[in-house]
Design a protein around this ligand. Structure first.
Ligand SMILES: Cc1cc2nc3c(=O)[nH]c(=O)nc-3n(C[C@H](O)[C@H](O)[C@H](O)COP(=O)(O)O)c2cc1C
Length: 208
């Protein structure tokens, strides 16, 4: 699908046809789209959990205020981002991530230190990390559309409950290390396409 056509075609699906499973290829394409998303300083603060298991998804349904899209979707992707302490300039995470770039950690630090101080002083580190996961989620939704699937971003969740569910399911997972970004449900729609409502460009755009 052409890129602009995919943007036009995407809509927020709130009910899926649970009898239509998702292929491995579909799941791969969706998660790969998330992996390719840009991130601030290239730090990739996230990890993604592809939830297909019915009982796990049912628990998530409870943690998402009983949203049917979570109950009926064959795939729900949870985007998690690291907690604030991981972004400290002298953390192992920052050292490891920055070593991948030309000049490595010392060069990275020159650039990063000032912005980190700004985020930290203003209590914005986790907001900054979460905001990035929204871009990954947009990529996933557009990749789903490209493959003829429907999707929905899910911000309506109880974070502590989602982290507790993940901790039960993933060995060695420490909820203190992670925050929840966006969840993304994906599947074949079980409802007619919802008409989109949008303000006009005239209303939204200021040309300077
Ligand atoms: C950040 C974000 C969070 C959202 N959270 C939810 C949600 O928790 N539940 C839901 O049903 N839809 C959710 N949506 C979907 C929006 O309701 C939907 O995108 C919006 O109404 C516009 O419709 P459209 O996507 O079909 O154009 C969310 C969308 C975004 C971007």
């Amino acid at each position: 699908m052409e890129y602009m056509d995919a943007l036009e075609a995407r809509w927020a699906c709130k009910l899926y046809d649970s009898s239509k499973p998702l292929s491995e290829e579909d799941e791969y394409a969706i998660i790969e789209a998330a992996r390719l998303a840009p991130s601030s300083f290239g730090l990739e603060p996230w990890r993604f959990l592809a939830v297909r298991d019915d009982s796990l998804r049912f628990k998530l349904f409870g943690a998402c205020f009983l949203q049917d899209s979570v109950r009926t979707a064959p795939l729900v992707v949870i985007s998690l981002v690291r907690a604030a302490r991981f972004y400290a300039p002298d953390s192992d995470f920052i050292k490891a991530r920055s070593a991948r770039f030309p000049g490595g950690y010392p060069v990275f630090l020159e650039d990063y230190r000032g912005y980190y101080a700004y985020l930290n002083q203003n209590g914005l580190l986790e907001h900054w990390a979460r905001a990035q996961s929204y871009i990954a989620c947009a990529n996933m939704m557009n990749a789903a559309t490209d493959r003829g699937l429907a999707s929905c971003a899910i911000e309506g969740y109880d974070e502590a409950q989602v982290l507790a569910i993940v901790a039960e399911a993933v060995a060695g997972f420490d909820p203190a290390d992670w925050r929840v970004g966006l969840l993304c449900s994906v599947g074949v729609p079980g409802e007619p396409r919802r008409e989109r409502v949008r303000a006009s460009l005239e209303e939204l755009l200021t040309r300077l």
